[in-house]
Ligand binder design. Sequence first.
Ligand code: COA
Length: 361
Amino acid sequence: MNKPTTNGLAGVIAGETSICTVGKDGIGLNYRGYSIHDLAMYATFEEVAFLMLYGKLPTQAELDQYCALLKSMRGLPESLKRVLENIPGEAHPMDMLRTGCSFLGTIEPETSGRDHDVIASRLLACFPSMILYWHHFHTRGTKIETQTDAPTIASHFLNLLHNAPVSKLVNRLLDVSLILYAEHEFNASTFALRVTTATLSDFYSGITSAIGALRGPLHGGANEAAMELIEQFDTPEQAEVGIKAMLAEKKKIMGFGHRVYTVSDPRTDIIKQWAKRIAQETGDTRLIPVSERIEKVMWEQKKLFANLDFYSASAYSMAGIPTPLFTPLFVVSRTAGWAAHIIEQRVNNRHLQKLPKLSPD
Ligand code: COA
């Protein structure tokens, strides 16, 4: 009898995609041929979302039109608000998003009148609204208006969170972070979504599967776990002692290591620079020195490098984002990549494609 292996998904070839290339030579990351460095430097998240969905960067006119469309889609239906109000405040916001997405699929189902790119845009626009409607309802007892006029998805999220405009730097930090999280080929959540999509299921089921997979601490949940780790230490010296003790006990250090990258995570340097800029702006003198010491110890002891989640954690924290909202922000961003994978799977699926009629009429 064959012995069971302990390899998880290692070695499972999930498929091929033209959306993204990860870890070429152990280091690079490109979205539809554009390097992540160029996109983080020159693009906005809305441009990247357009690139994912339509396969090319938008012209200025297309971008203006797309941003206007996204803006118009931020409002939440009353019945969805009631559902969000009924999800306990103690629930994890990822569970709330999974349910919110699934519920939206029942009141705005995928029918022939609603194209999949429109559903993708709707989810991109209203996931931040769902997160913050639920957050404020359960933390402050207020029912906020989510149809805001903020120019970008990042500023929409931050304005709703803080109930006030935030600095340009913090807005751009979140925008860049959404770009960095937007796509990563056949990772676990995308694989889950591809499997669901391959059965000719609907768009919302694909995204809901992906949210469930992303929730795990070895995947999207790592940024929250990294923050919980960093917060334990007041000084770099404490961090060094603490991390060495954890390694001696063979504990996992969250925010380190990667399944594909072997040398470094190409996104880490970018987000680290942004974390340092935010530290300067906010006057925070603790999180970066502690994080850098952890990074140094991990490299010296294990030759493991910080992944995107590690410095995203301190950057988000300094931007005033509560830790439980870190992974939901990952969802906001990755919805762009997931949507592109649904569309690509449908185009290339073995069994095509006429979607089952989902509405009763
Ligand atoms: N902390 C401590 N040790 C780690 C580690 C970490 N974060 N990541 C890997 N290791 C160890 C492994 O246990 C293994 O040790 P061993 O040889 O004694 O068994 C060794 O380093 C090599 O592991 P590797 O094969 O490179 O990693 P993997 O492919 O098994 O796992 C991850 C990849 C991402 C699941 C793993 O690095 C991890 O759990 N990281 C923390 C969670 C995280 O940050 N996830 C987000 C990823 S973007």
